[in-house]
Design a protein around this ligand. Structure first.
Ligand SMILES: Cc1ncc(COP(=O)(O)O)c(C=O)c1O
Length: 435
């Protein structure tokens, strides 16, 4: 590449991804083939419309690519209708609302703090919370979604759509119970499986397909694809409304988007080809096995996890018992080469910018081939790093917090044990090449 500045920055990012542990649960390493498709001439094409009905000439190969992606998604998830054009998860959810709701209709979703997503009706500042009427459910004292109170809230508020799916919830969803609640008020049931799509495809999390009307997933998390999303319409959805597939397609284009990203569509098709292989089942099972060991180890070393552990690919460390907060721990872990993200915990009293938790997961390290033994080592490092920063307590006062963070950043750079861990992490990473 002639642009040396960007080339160098890409190289640095490549090195960062290679030499550190990618433990943000929504991130992953896509395969080389998936990445290759993104850098092809498909990016040059305009294809507004759908296969066989485009607004531009020259789409005979693009039509075949999009049809292959759709057919593979139908096979992988067992659904009759798929749209592979959403640019990403947020526009996909927006397109679904646009297709099925009227402005002002009620969207019922999980609150942000226990792990809901902005597009699930987060009030005031988001499209879903401003143009629709948000109804938000919470988790109980143990961090678990309490289905009885959800049922009561649904009966009281009578939402038009119920969204089930989260960004930081470590437990399995009982889709049948959600269906019963949705039916009790005549609401659509949307399963947002963005985080767990790979686990569902790999058979290690129950599928919502027999129960939900519509399923949305991003393609870049546990599925290991490019950034993107898909909207699946189930038999249940089509039975309720035979036009639902058409409505969703029109909701995506022309409702919300213009031309599809054909390079992204080809890359999604390759992702689905990989997810249909028998190896993918082993991969999904290993993600969960790794998360199980990691969570057990962290808890056995004295850390508190929300809901007391995990059933899936992620876990959230609740730092409140230690008097710590997410920013300090996330930055210290990054210095040690362990990249996680700070996150709110259920009933968090801290503001979202200074939350009380750390969210971490196993999809990306599993893509590198790491197994239970490596998880035990990682848990040990995490506990050591937290121990090194245990004196940096949360300061409620803004000015005091600023001073404390400044001091922390200077001191942490000199911390000997963290520097040693960074080297140990790098050695471990060198034994597990990035895909
Ligand atoms: C459950 C859920 N839904 C939707 C999204 C939105 O996806 P994107 O970031 O691709 O817009 C995310 C991404 O974090 C998510 O976790």
């Amino acid at each position: 590449m002639k642009d040396i500045q960007i080339t160098n920055l890409i190289k640095k990012e490549e090195r960062r991804q290679r030499d550190t542990l990618m433990m943000i649960p929504s991130e992953n390493y896509a395969s080389k083939d998936v990445l290759k498709a993104l850098g092809t001439v498909l990016s040059n094409k305009y294809s507004e419309g759908y296969s066989g009905a485009r607004y531009y000439q020259g789409n005979k190969f693009i039509d075949q690519i999009e049809t292959l992606a759709i057919e593979r998604a139908k096979k992988l998830f067992g659904v009759p209708h798929v749209n592979v054009q959403p640019y990403s998860g947020s526009p996909a959810n927006s397109a679904i609302y646009f297709a099925l709701l009227k402005p002002g209709d009620k969207i019922m979703g999980l609150m942000l703090r226990p792990g809901g997503h902005l597009t699930h009706g987060h009030p005031d500042v988001t499209f879903s919370g401003k143009y629709f009427t948000p109804v938000q459910y919470d988790v109980d004292i143990n961090g678990i979604i309490d289905m009885e109170s959800v049922a009561k809230l649904a009966k009281k508020e009578k939402p038009q759509i119920i969204v089930v799916g989260t960004t930081a919830y470590p437990r399995v969803f009982d889709w049948k119970k959600w269906r019963i609640i949705a039916d009790s008020v005549g609401a659509y049931l949307l399963a947002d499986i963005s985080h767990i799509a790979g686990l569902i495809a790999g058979g290690v999390h129950p599928s919502p397909v027999p129960y939900a009307d519509i399923v949305m997933t991003t393609t870049h998390k546990t599925l290991r694809g490019p950034r993107g999303a898909m909207i699946l319409v189930t038999d249940v959805g089509l039975k309720k409304d035979p036009e639902m597939g058409k409505k969703i397609d029109r909701g995506v284009f022309p409702g919300l988007q213009g031309g599809p990203h054909d390079h992204q569509t080809a890359s999604i098709a390759i992702t689905l080809y990989e997810a249909l292989s028998p190896n993918f089942k082993k991969y999904a099972a290993q993600i969960v096995a790794n998360a199980h060991v990691l969570s057990k180890e962290l808890m056995s070393k004295g850390l508190t996890l929300t809901t007391g552990g995990t059933d899936n690919h992620l876990m959230v460390i609740d730092l409140r018992p230690l008097g710590l907060y997410g920013n300090i721990v996330a930055e210290a872990l990054e210095m040690a080469g362990i990249v996680t993200n700070r996150n709110s915990v259920p009933h968090d009293e801290n503001p979202p910018f200074y939350p009380s938790g750390i969210r971490l997961g196993t999809p990306a390290v599993t893509s590198r081939g790491m197994k239970e033994g490596e998880m035990k080592r990682i848990a040990g490092w995490i506990v050591e790093v937290i121990d090194e920063v245990k004196e940096y307590r949360f300061k409620k006062d803004k000015e005091e917090r600023k001073v404390m963070l400044k001091n922390f950043r200077t001191e942490i750079k000199r911390n000997k044990r963290i520097k040693e861990i960074e080297k140990e992490v790098k050695i471990l990473c060198s034994k597990f090449p990035t895909p």
